[in-house]
Write a protein of this length. Structure first.
Length: 94
């Protein structure tokens, strides 16, 4: 019983870390994010971070960032009169 409880706490902590990573990506999607460095900053290897991130979101971290850029670009296309070039610049596409 104790082991199951500890496992659940560990899983919740891992989920919280991934949720924080998602929030970080949402806030910094325009910039180039070094996910290996990010994983290291939270005390995980990149492979562990990537695996957990993909299990939680269904996407690898770089794919999640690209998806975030595309969702934001779509919002600009739907709700602004900006040119395609301006939208691309605004959403971090180079």
């Amino acid at each position: 019983m104790i082991r199951l409880h500890l496992s659940t706490q560990t899983d919740q902590a891992a989920d919280d870390e991934i949720e924080q990573a998602c929030q970080y990506i949402e806030e910094h999607f325009k910039k180039s994010i070094d996910f290996k460095q990010y994983a290291q900053s939270i005390g995980q290897s990149y492979s562990t971070f990537r695996r957990r991130f993909k299990q939680y979101t269904g996407l690898a971290p770089n794919q999640y960032q690209l998806d975030t850029k595309l969702r934001n670009a779509k919002q600009f296309l739907d709700n602004s009169n900006l040119s395609i070039q301006d939208i691309a610049n605004e959403c971090g596409f180079e």
